[in-house]
Design a protein around this ligand. Structure first.
Ligand SMILES: Nc1nc2c(ncn2[C@@H]2O[C@H](COP(=O)(O)OP(=O)(O)O)[C@@H](O)[C@H]2O)c(=O)[nH]1
Ligand SMILES: [Mg+2]
Length: 173
């Protein structure tokens, strides 16, 4: 089975680095460095996070995109070969939803890849859940998974869903 490259995208603070750190079976290349812009967080990811995980027989390479606006180049580089998109959003920051929706449009218009939305911070109510986020984004509920990015079982769920969706698309084509 061909390894699957998964791009983990989403606004700053969504939980991209955390999810990759939580799940990765190999040492994580974590490139958090001093932020060049004031984004209200002492560090941010300027290059990318990288990790790997097996889901059954399927090997996934996880690439966390920079939180700021510098991943266009990376998207083009990564989007060769098997690819899926995990878009993370903070369930307690609805002000991020509109820019995240634009990001989803932008990324899937460059290349129509299978995607899943992961709504983080489900362990910290009050928080928007998948039933509320799915209609806001105008995507099917099956593509939206609520998670705690710090919990391995929970963090794996959107990736399991992504692999299922890709398998279903392959079976249908
Ligand atoms: N409680 C809780 N904290 C989270 C969750 N996801 C991320 N965080 C925290 O949110 C902060 C930002 O996460 P980070 O992974 O650096 O976000 P990134 O900018 O998308 O890489 C960190 O302090 C994480 O521990 C979550 O699902 N639940
Ligand atoms: Mg990060």
């Amino acid at each position: 089975m061909e390894p699957l490259k998964v791009v983990v995208a989403g606004p700053v603070g969504a939980g991209k680095s955390t999810l990759i750190r939580t799940l990765s079976e190999t040492a994580v290349v974590d490139t958090d460095a001093l932020a060049s812009e004031d984004i209200g967080k002492p560090t941010t990811t300027v290059a990318m996070d990288y990790g790997t995980i097996h889901l059954g027989d399927q090997l996934l390479y996880l690439f966390g995109t920079p939180g700021q606006d510098r991943f266009d180049f990376m998207w083009d580089v990564l989007s060769e070969g098997a690819l899926g998109l995990l878009l993370l959003i903070r369930g307690d920051r609805p002000e991020d939803f509109v820019p995240a929706r634009r990001l989803l449009d932008y990324l899937t218009s460059r290349q129509p890849v299978p995607y899943v939305l992961g709504v983080t911070r489900q362990d910290q109510p009050p928080v928007w859940g998948p039933e509320e986020v799915a209609p806001f984004f105008g995507v099917p509920l099956e593509r939206v998974v609520g998670i705690n990015a710090k919990d391995p079982q929970s963090a794996a769920k959107p990736l399991i869903r992504l692999v299922e969706l890709i398998a279903a698309e392959e079976a249908a084509s």
